[in-house]
Design a binder for this molecule. Sequence first.
Ligand SMILES: [Ca+2]
Ligand SMILES: [Ca+2]
Length: 197
Amino acid sequence: MKKLAFGIASLALILSATVALAANNQSLDYVEAEDLAETNGWGLAVSDITSSTTAYGGILTSGDAGMVTTLGYDGAAEYTFTWEQGAAQTLVIRHLDGFADDSFVVDAYRDPGYGQGKSNNDQEWWVKVGEYNDQYSTEEWITSEFDLTGYGHWAKGTGEMKVKITRTGANWSGYEIWGQLAIDWMELKGNTNNSAR
Ligand SMILES: [Ca+2]
Ligand SMILES: [Ca+2]
């Protein structure tokens, strides 16, 4: 009987360890870039550019008809992730590294709780969390992950993180037709049980 009790206790330990592990890098929020088209600096959805874009990045032919390109703006595009409980750990972006220089920088807005004592200068509230440097002159869909765990201020139920994507490459020759830096979707992953960052 003693042996059985020990066995049950061990099993309980293993189960709780598994649950704690599974709570990391869960999806906190997800957005299709086409749903952001023409808001907060986001460009046109590909399906709205021209009919000649039907094979853009190979993506329209595979059924995803609406990722956003930077055509139509020259600045930064923003989106605010929101979640009910947990801590942000990883930002994932699916983007096209095409014929152009599709490099970009990712910034995130500081948690107001962390920003105590900061001035009202808006620039101080942004922090760079990563960048992507162009690698291809063909058309490659890339899923990039940006580690947020070094910026502990998106912690424990913050529930909100504003992200800014800034294109850094110069306009390429086909910009007026095709745009640049196409983005398919973005996802914020994190810890969902508020126990760790
Ligand atoms: Ca490229
Ligand atoms: Ca999409």
